[in-house]
Design a protein around this ligand. Structure first.
Ligand code: LMR
Length: 334
């Protein structure tokens, strides 16, 4: 009988049966779980997924092998969601800006501008009622939310300094998928365009877009700072991920394996969240040292001007993510 890879991996009785009928035991092949993501290996998400792989292997006594595919090696942004639902890949960690294709656009509430004052507030929010409420939205789509991973605040860049809202006028900006981000940049007078992460560098280099937003770690590892002359730290929005899996696949795992993976995920989440701030700080230093882009840090007054300009996004977002999501976030971050 030809076993599929998944059946082979879960045929836990095979070794015991060989022993019972007096045949030499055949070493059990581990179950292979594919974990795909779009960023570099040397980022909090890259390191977090590898940490999860290492721990999952350890806690399952090598019964599972997590194969991590970074840098859109397997799938680009939108494709990976489809692949998860089809069962072609088992684990992903997309940014919350990318959940609309799953039919869970409520996740975009986490992209609201100036909603989190600091990372501690973000962590409290996603680990509280708001986070649970969001993860529940995935279940009817056949997707299970396993954890939120932090990635810190966005920076924004162009070939001119972006300091005052007027500076943004008419610039084409790449966004990752969130209509909330689309809206706050429209409030600033920009022309947003959704584009896969793997295409951003070239789009900036060739002038297809003028601008982008991301964390310091993503700028550095994708070399965006080499094709953008000015980067502004305004902390207008936060980048976070939800680690997700195919619910049918997860529920079909033997209980001991699922427990091992759950334990590995708790520890990998703590590890990832613990290194995120430091990774961004190190990347920012490296960008400064490269001398390729000038870094601008907004004053409180300049930041306030951005906030005022982006504020209408909240009213607009009621029709996109629902008032309940916005109220939950406001409550959690107050
Ligand atoms: C992006 O597409 O800009 C990022 O969200 C990629 C990532 O996963 O950090």
């Amino acid at each position: 009988m030809k076993l599929t890879r998944r059946q082979f991996g879960t045929a836990v009785g095979a070794t015991a049966m060989s022993a019972a009928i007096g045949k030499p035991a055949i070493a059990q092949a581990p179950m292979v779980i594919k974990f795909s993501h779009v960023v570099a290996d040397d980022t909090p998400k890259g390191k977090g997924s590898r940490k999860f792989a290492e721990l999952a292997q350890k806690y399952s006594s090598n019964k599972v092998k997590i194969e991590v595919y970074p840098n859109s090696q397997l799938y680009k942004d939108k494709e990976e969601m489809e692949a998860l639902q089809l069962g072609a890949v088992q684990m992903l960690a997309p940014s919350t800006a990318k959940f609309a294709p799953l039919g869970a656009k409520e996740f975009e509430a986490l992209d609201l501008p100036f909603v989190f004052k600091n990372t501690a507030q973000y962590v409290k929010t996603v680990n509280g009622d708001a986070g649970k409420w969001l993860m529940a939205k995935l279940e009817p789509k056949g997707v299970r939310g396993l954890a939120f991973w932090d990635y810190g605040f966005h920076m924004v860049s162009a070939n001119i300094p972006l300091i005052k809202p007027e500076d943004f006028q008419g610039l084409k900006i790449r966004i990752s998928g969130s209509k909330v981000a689309d809206q706050y940049f429209r409030q600033m007078g920009m022309i947003p365009q959704i584009m896969a992460f793997s295409e951003v560098y070239q789009a900036l280099q060739t002038g297809v877009v003028d601008s982008c937003e991301n964390t310091a770690s993503n700028y550095y590892t994708q070399k965006f700072h080499e094709v953008q002359k000015h980067i502004t730290i305004g902390e207008h929005a936060h980048l976070c991920y939800a680690v997700i899996t195919n619910a049918k696949f997860w529920d079909g795992l033997p209980a001991d394996l699922r427990a091992a993976l759950d334990k590995a995920m708790v520890e990998a989440t703590k590890y990832t969240n613990d290194i995120a701030a430091e990774e961004n700080a190190t990347s920012l230093e490296a960008i400064k040292k490269s001398g390729k882009a000038e870094i601008h840090v907004l004053t409180a007054e300049q930041r306030k001007a951005w906030q005022v300009k982006m504020e209408p996004t909240y009213k607009w977002a009621e029709g996109r993510v629902g008032k309940e999501a916005i109220d939950l976030l406001k409550k959690a971050s107050s």
